[in-house]
Design a protein around this ligand. Structure first.
Ligand code: SAM
Length: 419
């Protein structure tokens, strides 16, 4: 290829020159939760809340480049579109398969480059992209979808993503009309509401003299039950069912204090807070009409008294500020100061925070450096959903009549002999 020739992009493989060209797909990565995909077109812009990015500025850059916005306020990374990223940014036309199921299914179907495979339905094409990459460059994916608009959208995407040479997409009701493929594929994946209705046709589609694998994906155990019956009926063996879950954990580094360090730090905070703002404590017994007027106008009235500005470094914050937080919370946090909240801001009221902040302005804080520890935690939202994955094996012995057909033939033979 000459140096100026445009290298066609494919989601199944990286570009050799690793360079963004006009017409390429690029994943705009702002954060793990904030990504989208664009097709680069000279003259267009990508806009987000952090600024605007000219497509023409991206042309000629390497994938992986960090690009600043035109306002200088934000930046993003320009990533090569892989099937994994496509699953996270694709337009949802249906429910889709996520990485946990995708990787598990591909592994258990023994998918390898050069194989041929059936998938139905195509849906949003999430799984199709991963399958295509695994079978590339010489394998083939036959994908079936009966919803015409989904077929049109997926067809366009396969073309734009450089996959159309290795993907055949057909608009077809596979439960009613079958796959119309015989002795052709090594593996079959069914993500359909009634997969059992496609089992007979699936059996014919397998390469008849080889071992092949089938997998069905179903959200309900009733669907699994009917599929098992159909697989048994048609002579599939090694039938197994799995439930596959993934739980992403965020990794964070947090300060971990010893009890002594925590106590010392807390005392330092208290000391500075008291110096900065004398606390006012209402004397409820001396309440008057004036009090009410003045308190409603937001002023501190006369019947308040100043709390003695104690500078007792042994005084715990719980004792000094009984009203600043609930007793038990504060006592807990003081007595178990290994937990971080009491050291930072969570155990302090907004007023205390403001006070200690102004103290910090007045006098630089004496820093006590904690040891950092790595912790993990579950984020609020997890992507993915639970379903049952049913696997079975086709062997050359699977071919031939179904159990029902065998029984019917046996019954007919018996009846003939009895005549
Ligand atoms: C859950 S979606 C598949 C999602 C896909 N696995 C993905 O990762 O994007 C199921 C699809 O099967 C299609 N479908 C349902 N019954 C069908 C049938 N009998 N023949 C062909 N497609 C069918 C639906 O239109 C739908 O688009």
């Amino acid at each position: 290829m000459s140096e100026t020739a445009v290298e066609k992009q494919s989601f199944a493989t990286y570009k050799k020159n690793n360079t963004i060209e006009d017409g390429d797909n690029v994943v705009m990565y702002l954060s793990r939760e904030n990504m989208s995909i664009i097709r680069v077109k000279d003259g267009e812009y990508f806009n987000c809340k952090f600024g605007s990015y000219k497509h023409s500025d991206m042309i000629g850059l390497e994938y992986g480049t960090k690009l600043g916005s035109n306002t200088g306020r934000g930046f993003l990374y320009l990533l090569y579109p892989t099937p994994e990223l496509w699953t996270l940014v694709l337009p949802h036309r249906t429910q889709i398969l996520y990485i946990a199921d995708i990787s598990f299914v591909m592994n258990y179907l023994n998918l390898k480059p050069g194989m041929s495979m059936i998938e139905s339905g195509t849906g949003s094409g999430s799984f199709s992209h991963s399958i295509a990459r695994t079978l590339a460059p010489h394998g083939h994916l036959y994908t079936f979808e009966y919803h015409q608009e989904r077929v049109n959208a997926a067809k366009k995407e396969f073309e734009e993503h450089g996959l159309s040479d290795m993907v055949t997409l057909r608009c077809r009701d596979v439960c009613k009309d079958g796959f119309d493929l015989e002795d052709e594929v090594d593996a079959i994946f069914l993500d359909l509401p009634a997969p059992w209705e496609a089992v007979a046709s699936a059996k014919k589609a397998f390469k008849q003299n080889k071992v092949g694998k089938i997998c069905t994906f179903s959200p309900c155990i009733e669907q699994i039950s009917r599929t098992v019956t159909a697989l048994n009926e048609h002579g599939f063996v090694d039938i197994q069912m799995y439930e596959c879950l993934i739980r992403f954990n965020e990794i964070r580094v947090i300060p971990m204090w010893t009890i002594d360090e925590a106590m010392e730090k807390q005392r330092a905070v208290e000391k500075k807070r008291k110096r900065a703002t004398p606390r006012v404590v209402r004397d409820d017994n001396s309440s008057t009409q004036d009090d009410e007027n003045s308190s409603s106008s937001g002023h501190i009235n006369k019947s308040v008294k100043m709390e003695p500005s104690v500078d007792d470094s042994n005084q715990s914050s719980a004792a000094a500020t009984p009203s600043s937080t609930t007793g038990s919370e504060m006592e807990d946090s003081v007595s178990t100061t290994t937990s971080t909240p009491v050291i930072g801001s969570e155990a302090t009221t907004p007023a205390e925070t403001t006070a200690s902040a102004s103290a910090a302005v007045a006098e630089p804080r004496e820093r006590i450096e904690p040891k950092n520890v790595v912790v993990t935690r579950l984020p609020a939202e997890q992507r993915g959903h639970t379903s049952y994955l049913m696997f079975a094996t086709f062997t050359p012995a699977t071919q031939g009549p179904s159990l029902t057909e065998i029984k019917a033939a046996a019954a007919a033979a018996t009846a003939t002999m009895e005549k």
